[in-house]
Design a protein around this ligand. Structure first.
Ligand code: SF4
Length: 435
């Protein structure tokens, strides 16, 4: 099998677009990129150099490893109190195709996941208008009881805010969110997925998902989760009504919040903090710099800090089919590749970058592994939120196909659990492996 030669710290590709040369120099020095750098990366006529720079950074952080996991998605209902215009998933209760799963259904799904060898269930749904708060804590407890080996990654930020409202804690703002998350964590919640972030901009919010929480509230939910020691993911849904400046502002807001989440870890590790050119502060935790900046390990590990952090960024292309915004074209392959690369370069303090194959196809995800991504997600089985045209809700791939895709892209496949601990496996049974 042919392997792609790796690019070491000192072998950055020569930039064809002269505007990229100073950016390349900053990346080599482990400096943080500015908003203006981001604009250049987004608009350069030479996307391949942008992609190669992202690949170089990705290899500094993860070497030749590419991660996958064995997981199962459970969408407990598509009935939703809101009707976001970009969303083709939601239904009203009396509409064709509306469904809601009982706790028994969910328990069965969790046990099926264990039998199939999954390490994780990923649970999200619509904002169900009538379920009481207990339904959600019972869901966590049921899964923890019947499937104690499964990590429960559940509930996007908008669902957490909905749960604060229905449990009469909505008026308590940040404290209400904190208290809801504390109850869910006690019941078995292990981490939060990153969905629902869309684009942090009020104009975009009002045009495409009015009624849903704004960016500051999404960030508050994740800040509260981090405060409780829960790791979370972050997303950006791009390619609808937003401008590229708004995409970059979104990235910068995530980056600032992550600086705060990692501050105590960085201090304890004696990591030199960098200048943040956008905020003019010198408290940036840059994880993408050369190896010499991180003699004691580049990425935060579980147990090294009581805070949680954003562990993975997941760029999500907008897929217009069947939504109220279906007149929009949605992004295509090259733009999707460039977004992966730009986000890897700009989000220098988020450890992992996921190529979510279910929205990009496995074929595209292979390319993305060579352009900044180090994670190809998992076996999934059932996914009902957004689909590539022509695919059904039953979307499953095998470990064999994930590993083949990774190897063909020139990387070494490694199974992980939700928290990026390596897993060793014998058929359906698995255990955490030595790092
Ligand atoms: S995006 Fe989420 S909150 Fe909005 S309508 Fe769809 S399911 Fe409901």
């Amino acid at each position: 099998m042919t392997t792609i030669p790796s690019i070491t710290d000192n072998q950055l590709p020569v930039a064809e677009d002269p505007q990229l040369a100073p950016i390349r120099a900053r990346i080599e020095a482990g400096e943080r990129l500015s908003f203006e750098d981001g604009l250049v990366l987004m608009q350069s006529p030479d996307p391949w150099t942008v992609c190669r720079m992202a690949d170089q950074v990705r290899r500094r952080m993860h070497g030749s490893t590419a991660w996958y996991n064995v997981n199962k998605h459970i969408n407990y209902t598509n009935i939703c109190a809101l009707s976001c215009s970009f969303c083709a998933f939601h239904r009203k209760r009396d509409q064709d195709g509306a469904y809601e799963h009982s706790l028994d259904d969910i328990r069965r799904e969790a046990m099926n996941a264990v039998e199939a060898g999954a390490t994780e269930v990923h649970i999200v749904g619509g904002l169900h208008p009538w379920h009481p708060f207990d339904f959600y804590t019972d869901m966590m407890q049921e899964i923890r009881t019947c499937a104690p080996t499964l990590h429960i990654k559940a509930f996007t930020a908008v669902e957490i805010v909905h749960l604060a409202r229905i449990s009469k804690r909505g008026r308590d703002g940040y404290d209400g969110i904190l208290s809801v998350l504390r109850d869910l964590k006690e019941a078995g919640l292990g981490s939060l997925p990153g969905g629902g972030a869309e684009v942090f901009d009020d104009r975009v919010h009002d045009e495409a998902f009015k009624g849903k929480i704004r960016g500051d509230v999404w960030l508050d939910v994740h800040r509260a989760a981090h405060e409780l020691g829960l790791n979370t993911n972050a997303t950006m849904l791009y390619g609808h009504v937003e401008k590229i400046e708004e995409r970059l502002s979104h990235m910068l807001l995530l980056r600032r919040q992550q600086d705060h989440a990692l501050a105590s870890w960085a201090t304890a590790k004696g990591i030199e903090l960098k200048q943040d050119p956008s905020e003019l502060t010198s408290d940036a935790v840059v994880l993408t710099g050369p190896s010499s900046s991180y003699p004691n390990g580049r990425l935060p590990q579980l147990g090294e800090t009581s805070m949680g952090w954003f562990q993975t960024i997941v760029p999500l292309p907008f897929i217009p089919d069947d939504s109220e915004l279906q007149h929009l074209p949605g992004p295509m392959g090259l733009e999707n590749l460039r977004m992966i690369a730009v986000m890897r370069l700009m989000l220098d303090n988020i450890p992992h970058m996921k190529a979510f194959w279910i929205m990009h196809t496995l074929d595209m995800a292979q390319f993305m592994l060579q352009n900044g991504a180090d994670d190809i997600d998992g076996t999934v089985v059932w996914y009902d939120i957004t689909k590539v045209e022509g695919s059904g809700t039953h979307q499953e791939t095998t470990v064999k196909d994930l590993c083949r895709a990774i190897r063909e892209a020139g990387f070494v496949p490694r199974e992980r659990d939700t928290l990026y601990r390596p897993v060793s496996r014998d058929g359906q049974s698995w255990k955490l492996a030595e790092a």
